[in-house]
Design a protein around this ligand. Structure first.
Ligand SMILES: CC(C)(COP(=O)(O)OP(=O)(O)OC[C@H]1O[C@@H](n2cnc3c(N)ncnc32)[C@H](O)[C@@H]1OP(=O)(O)O)[C@@H](O)C(=O)NCCC(=O)NCCS
Length: 223
């Protein structure tokens, strides 16, 4: 199998990323309830398309004879500047999404309710039940982001896993970051993919028990 990584994503690539996001959104497995897919993909992929389109990548399987792309295998979304990214995201992506969700554009479900609750909390003040990222002590988070300014999300279709595609995507992201003077990436994950990240040079920085028995790790890579 010949592989190609590209980062000038087209409309169909973003649709692919949203679909793979839903296909892996259940701890690496598909979200069973398909009515959740639309909002889930929008929530997780949309900000990168809207705010940092040049920092997302798709891996293609390529015909070794014609060089033509035969199928898409997976994607990586990310940002070199997480602090600015999340500040922009709140008003330029989350606010319009909040208004759309409140207007009933998406099927009502638990994801939409949690997002709306979270957005209101971010605007009007802290509440206890936010996402994993917010459960790490804020001072620690500031220190982590200072040392590891970039972040990423990566997901592959099931048939492409275990063949070096994930490593290739992260290596390309690292190379592009290094070219603009950014030398650290942080990310959050559960138990499933942790060994993959450790294998490709990340280390566990800290961890929380987000829910009883469910550990969320924060990892970092300097390069
Ligand atoms: C996690 C994921 C991105 C890894 O990509 P991948 O292409 O399967 O991984 P690679 O083949 O590039 O693996 C790179 C190295 O990590 C190792 N590795 C990968 N997954 C591993 C795992 N679950 N446990 C232990 N080692 C693992 C590989 O053996 C390889 O080691 P090597 O260099 O010694 O051969 C991919 O499997 C995936 O999309 N999984 C489902 C969604 C997901 O969990 N996304 C992450 C959300 S935080």
């Amino acid at each position: 199998m010949s592989l190609r990584i590209r980062n000038s994503l087209e409309r169909a690539d973003w649709a692919f990323a949203r679909e793979v996001c839903a296909l892996t959104g259940n701890a690496g497995h598909p979200i069973v309830d398909r009515s959740r897919w639309l909002f889930f993909g929008e929530q997780w992929v949309g900000p990168y398309e809207r705010l940092r389109p040049t920092w997302s990548y798709v891996a293609d399987e390529v015909s070794s004879t014609s060089g033509a792309s035969e199928r898409r295998l997976g994607y990586l979304t990310g940002s070199p500047d997480s602090t600015t990214f999340f500040a922009e995201k709140k008003w330029l992506f989350d606010l319009p999404l909040y208004l759309a969700a409140s207007a009933g554009v998406f099927p009502r479900n638990g994801d939409v309710a949690a997002f709306r609750k979270r957005f209101r909390a971010e605007v009007f003040g802290p509440v206890a039940d936010l996402g994993p990222r917010d459960h790490f002590p804020p001072a620690d988070t500031r220190a982590v982001v200072a040392e590891y300014p970039a972040h990423l999300h990566i997901n592959l279709i099931a048939a492409a896993r275990g063949k070096g595609v994930g490593r290739l995507l992260v290596d390309r992201f690292r190379a592009d970051l290094a070219a603009v003077g950014v030398h650290g990436i942080h990310l959050y994950c559960g138990d499933g993919p942790r060994a993959f990240y450790e294998r490709i040079g990340f280390r566990v920085l800290d961890r929380i028990e987000f829910r009883p028995g469910f550990i969320v790790y924060r990892l970092g890579s300097r390069f």
